[in-house]
Design a binder for this molecule. Structure first.
Ligand code: SF4
Length: 368
């Protein structure tokens, strides 16, 4: 099979790894495999996203590449990926590379193939732009360090927030040893040398493939944000794949992963504590915007726009980080007198009005 055909197959398989992924658009994507639009700080960036191989010795029960599944296995060589990628890059089709892989023969050998690909790009071809490299769980410290010296961002898929949850879906991996310990190494290495993977590390959870609750997943990611300086987490709703051990499992509703993204933003950007989020008895986020659900349970409301602290303002549904900062800046010069002034600076007043007072006056009745 020629390189283009292998590339077509392996780029399709790479869709299962998330990296700020949004659907490719026709105008931005020539008819070539592997071009995806990523988002960073609100900007769209076309990336070349490819799996080095769909061969894998592991047997993660949900995964399209699991060893027990019967399908055609392919592998690309480092030179094939490097040359194809550079061709895309030099034609301005993409601005960066996202490289991942199944595990062939051993973790060490797989890591060496991944590193060799990006080494060729950096050292032989002088490529300077963005590279995101997926680290294989269980990789050696030395290989992680070398990968970090060549990549802008690295990630390890954690898949699950608990050891028992991981065991249910990926019995070949150990959460603490193969994943958390590696994240600690990444964090320590980058603290010692800021040039190693300067864009930091990310991870991905598979949601709904096991019995794990949202509370367990969010508790896990909260620890990663605090302890290993994780930059971002992705929540991939489980989708059954024919021929895998989980082919008859129920798919996860996208609404659940969307709520996890909302709750994650509250933890990572709004400094919410886990116990400020509202879960049902099973530990699943209730079916409501997590910030709104949390506000209904807080006894701080209504807060006065002219005196509330930043921490209180950002807990008001409809007031985001930017509008809270604007409120603080404006009220240093003049008091807010009516809700229209809030609307003008971007507050979603239909959501906020129940929770605020302006200069002592309620904007709406708190009718919960
Ligand atoms: S290690 Fe598991 S999740 Fe990763 S490619 Fe192999 S089977 Fe899939």
């Amino acid at each position: 099979m020629n390189t283009l055909k292998k590339m077509q197959v392996l780029c399709d398989y790479a869709q299962y790894d998330l990296c700020d992924y949004v659907a490719p658009t026709k105008e931005s994507s020539p008819n070539l495999p592997g071009i995806y639009q990523a988002t960073s700080n609100g900007c769209k960036i076309p990336l070349f996203k490819v799996l080095m191989t769909n061969k894998c010795m592991n047997n993660c029960k949900y995964c399209v590449n699991q060893s027990k599944r019967n399908f055609t296995r392919l592998e690309l060589k480092p030179e094939e990926i490097a040359n194809t990628f550079l061709n895309y890059y030099n034609n301005d089709y993409v601005n960066g590379l996202f490289l991942s892989s199944g595990i062939v023969k051993s973790v060490d050998e797989t890591m060496e193939n991944l590193i060799e690909t990006i080494r060729l790009l950096r050292k032989n071809y002088g490529y300077q732009d963005y590279i995101h490299l997926k680290i294989i769980p269980g990789a050696s410290k030395d290989s992680i360090k070398r990968a970090m010296s060549l990549a802008d961002r690295v990630s390890i898929n954690i898949e699950s927030g608990t050891e028992s949850g991981l065991n249910e879906i990926s019995p070949n991996k150990n959460l603490q040893k193969d994943i958390i310990r590696r994240f600690k190494w990444i964090n320590n290495l980058s603290k010692r040398n800021r040039n190693l993977a300067p864009a930091g590390s990310t991870t991905q959870y598979i949601i709904g493939a096991n019995n794990e609750s949202d509370e367990e997943v969010l508790s896990s990611v909260n620890e990663l944000y605090k302890k290993i300086n994780l930059k971002r987490s992705y929540y991939s709703p489980f989708e059954s794949v024919a021929g895998t051990e989980f082919e008859n499992h129920e798919n996860c509703d996208n609404k659940r992963s969307n709520r996890l993204y909302q709750a994650d933003a509250l933890i990572s950007q709004y400094n919410f504590k886990l116990n400020e989020l509202i879960f049902n008895k099973e530990g699943i986020l209730i079916e409501e915007d997590p910030k709104y659900a949390s506000a209904l349970e807080m006894d701080i409301f209504p807060v006065d726009i002219n005196s509330a602290s930043y921490k209180e303002l950002i807990r008001v549904p409809g007031i985001g980080l930017i509008s809270a900062k604007k409120i603080l800046k404006i009220r240093k010069k003049q008091k807010f007198k009516n809700i229209e002034q809030l609307k003008k600076i971007g507050v979603v007043t239909s959501r906020a009005e129940k929770f605020i007072k302006i200069d002592g006056s309620y904007q709406s009745s708190l009718n919960f």
